[in-house]
Design a protein around this ligand. Structure first.
Ligand SMILES: *Cc1c(COP(=O)(O)O)cnc(C)c1O
Length: 488
């Protein structure tokens, strides 16, 4: 299987590359992304064959049907990372919360957010490739709170990879910050940046574009790569749990094989939703994908009106920070799939130069064949959290945005799988507040919710508060380059 480029080819890069190349050097011509030339077939035979498969067995067969240039033994080793999830026999449990509403919990990995689903196996594969090639890679990540911990965790002590992670000081939850600053490994560097997430991201972009920083890397023989969801190596793992969740529904006799369901996805960069879209396209019986956002509702506009316009928008900080986003990178892959490379390039260039674009009526209709969308604000989210706590189900504020989509967007009376992207323990202050008890910090919130809502706090969260802090550096923007070069 070869991978092609969403904005066409510039004549300097190869016009198609194997999987290994697409994940080591994820930026394609004209600033585009890599996508697979075609998708494997998730027909009834494939689904029936995996009705009683373990998650890892399903995953291995799916990855092999993609025909990627990674050896079976390496894939098997990578998938063993799921053995460290809460229940090795089923890393992604499905929980019923309404007659026709099921929560697929994607957060049972080491950092308690769904980023582990893809980053865990991906980290193993990337390091293995780097070792085989005898090359050294640097991954730089700016994080608003979930990507950072998951990236550090997957690459810690992995040969031939270094990770530098920038976070906005004061812009993450206590737990998220502790997850980063207590990571102890020589190949990891964590730097707090004075400013908000936008400043942090901007600082990173400037550094990555600077010629003398690139020259310094070259001199040290270090390649740059990315581990965010522009990297297809993450997307490929995000298709699998959609198949798994469908099979769980069949296994528990909530649906019959072939019946259609809705997926509800709390979305930011659209990697999770894109995985669902690819699964649907490959043949998984999905009626539609419901996209849930917070008040940074650019995706709601895009899907309901075909307008993508960031000129009048300012990023608003919410209680679901992983979805506080204005430029959602993976919708480009959907547009490429539907409208082709030439049109995608035109639209993405319009976004870069004018800050906006408008889809045609036909294009919008095509988008709406697969997606519908809505958004909720923080108060609505808190109400949802309180409502389900009364029914003995504790959800985090990102997951909570799904409930309005579930309640208002289904055109058919079909069951829905909603995706829970984080454990409540990462956003305990918001959860505590929603249950009527405002707190000053996460320790207090974790304790209160634990005592009042009959939910436990896992050891990797409680343990954080006793772990020694290894990374104390907080700098202003202009000192980052120096910090980085010191580390390298
Ligand atoms: C990253 C993240 C999201 C957004 O996922 P995308 O794939 O970027 O759309 C939603 N919720 C949580 C908790 C996350 O960490």
């Amino acid at each position: 299987m070869q991978f092609i480029e969403t904005r066409g080819n510039d004549g300097k890069k190869p016009s198609s590359v194997p999987f290994s190349e697409a994940i080591l050097s994820p930026s394609a011509s004209f600033g585009g992304l890599y996508v697979p030339e075609k998708l494997p077939d998730l027909d009834k035979d494939f689904l029936n064959k995996h009705l009683s498969s373990h998650y890892k067995t399903l995953a291995l067969d799916f990855l092999q049907s993609f025909d990627i240039d990674i050896e079976t033994e390496v894939l098997e080793e990578a998938l063993k990372r799921y053995d460290a999830f809460d229940d090795p026999s089923n890393p992604v449990p499905l929980v019923q919360i309404e007659e026709d509403c099921f929560v697929s919990e994607l957060y049972h990995g080491p950092t308690r957010a769904f980023k582990d689903m893809a980053l865990q196996p991906f980290g193993y594969i990337l390091s293995n490739l780097a070792q085989k090639r005898g090359e050294n890679y640097l991954i730089m990540a700016a994080t608003s709170g979930d990507t950072g911990p998951a990236t550090l965790e997957t690459f810690k002590d992995q040969a031939n990879i270094k990770v530098a992670c920038l976070y906005p000081d004061g812009g993450t939850s206590d737990v998220q910050k502790l997850q980063m600053v207590t990571e102890d490994a020589d190949n990891l560097k964590v730097i707090g940046v004075k400013g908000n997430f936008d400043d942090t991201q901007h600082t990173l972009k400037e550094l990555l574009a600077s010629e003398d920083f690139k020259a310094e890397l070259k001199e040290r023989n270090i390649h740059l790569t990315a581990a965010n969801s522009v990297n297809f190596g993450r997307i490929i793992f995000q298709i699998i749990y959609h198949i798994h969740s469908y099979l769980e529904m069949v296994r528990s006799e909530k649906i019959a094989m072939g019946d259609k369901i809705y997926l509800v996805v709390p979305s930011g960069n659209f990697g999770n939703a894109l995985g669902g879209y690819y699964a649907k396209k490959a043949g998984l019986p999905i009626e539609k994908i419901l996209i849930a956002s917070n008040i940074n509702n650019i995706l709601t506009d895009w899907i309901t009106t075909g307008t993508y316009d960031i000129t009048e928008r300012e990023l608003i900080l919410t209680e679901s920070p992983a979805m506080d986003i204005l430029k959602s990178s993976n919708i480009e892959r959907v547009m490429f799939d539907k409208f082709g490379g030439e049109r995608t390039k035109e639209l993405m260039e319009a976004l870069n130069s004018d800050g906006k674009y408008q889809l045609s009526a036909d294009e919008l209709a095509s988008l709406q064949e697969d997606f519908v969308a809505t958004f909720s604000n923080d108060e609505e989210g808190e109400d949802v959290i309180a409502k389900y706590a009364k029914k003995d189900y504790i959800m985090d504020p990102h997951t909570a945005t799904c409930m309005k989509a579930y309640e208002t967007l289904r055109e058919e009376k079909l069951p829905a799988v909603i995706y829970s992207t984080a454990e409540w323990t990462k956003f305990s202050s918001t959860v505590s507040k929603s249950l009527g008890h405002a707190v000053n910090d996460d320790i207090e919130a974790l304790k209160w919710v634990n005592e009042h809502a009959n939910v436990s706090v896992p050891p990797m969260i409680t343990g954080l508060f006793d772990k020694p802090v290894k990374h104390t550096v907080v700098v202003d923007k202009k000192s980052i380059k120096g910090e980085m070069l010191n580390f390298l």
